[in-house]
Design a protein. Structure first.
Length: 192
């Protein structure tokens, strides 16, 4: 028979071997250890706008030259005028009283006598205007009136330039978290 002391030591040995992971994995079982992983960082370059882009607009003035040119101040005009008629004065005899007869009384030594006397025609000379050429409507053209006038002429028109200024971009290096750390179960080594 075994003594009580030996039984106690043997039972302690069995309990201790069952509680130890290394002893448990020696018997052919699978063992896993809990392992902590640190955070993994990496350095990346990222663009940063140092100065924003903008647009400039430039306008130039037109180039103007003053030139003298002959211009019409007044256009030609057409007017109409009447010419006076051309007349001539002629003298014409007009019978004021026709020729005829009249009775005249005379007194002589033998008494009263009546005689038939021829009365010549009374003619009057009258001036008369006769038309040689009638008046007519005459077309008159007044020539145009010209003068010298200064005129501004654009040799080169105004121009507009647009200049786009791109943004100024710099690259900065920054550490960023690539993978968060944590814990994992890893198959244990059985050589303990």
């Amino acid at each position: 028979m075994l003594s009580r002391g030996r039984v106690a030591v043997a039972s302690l040995f069995i309990v201790a071997s069952a509680a130890s992971p290394a002893l448990a994995c020696r018997g052919g079982g699978e063992c896993y250890d809990r392992v902590s992983y640190p955070d993994v960082y990496r350095t990346v370059e990222r663009p940063v706008v140092v100065e924003r882009g903008y647009r400039d607009v430039y306008e130039t003035r037109p180039t103007v030259v003053v030139r003298q040119e002959r211009v019409m101040l007044q256009p030609p005009r057409v007017t109409y005028a009447m010419t006076p008629p051309v007349t001539r004065t002629v003298f014409q005899e007009i019978v004021v009283r026709r020729a005829g007869w009249r009775w005249e009384r005379t007194y002589g030594p033998y008494g009263e006598r009546r005689c038939k006397v021829a009365v010549p025609a009374e003619v009057k000379v009258v001036p008369r205007e006769i038309l040689v050429h009638p008046g007519r409507r005459v077309r008159m053209v007044e020539p145009p009136v010209y003068g010298i006038q200064n005129r501004a002429v654009a040799v080169r028109p105004a121009q507009r330039y647009v200049v786009d200024r791109p943004p100024v971009i710099a690259y900065e290096r920054t550490r960023v978290l690539a993978r968060r750390g944590g814990t994992a179960w890893v198959r244990a080594d059985t050589r303990w």
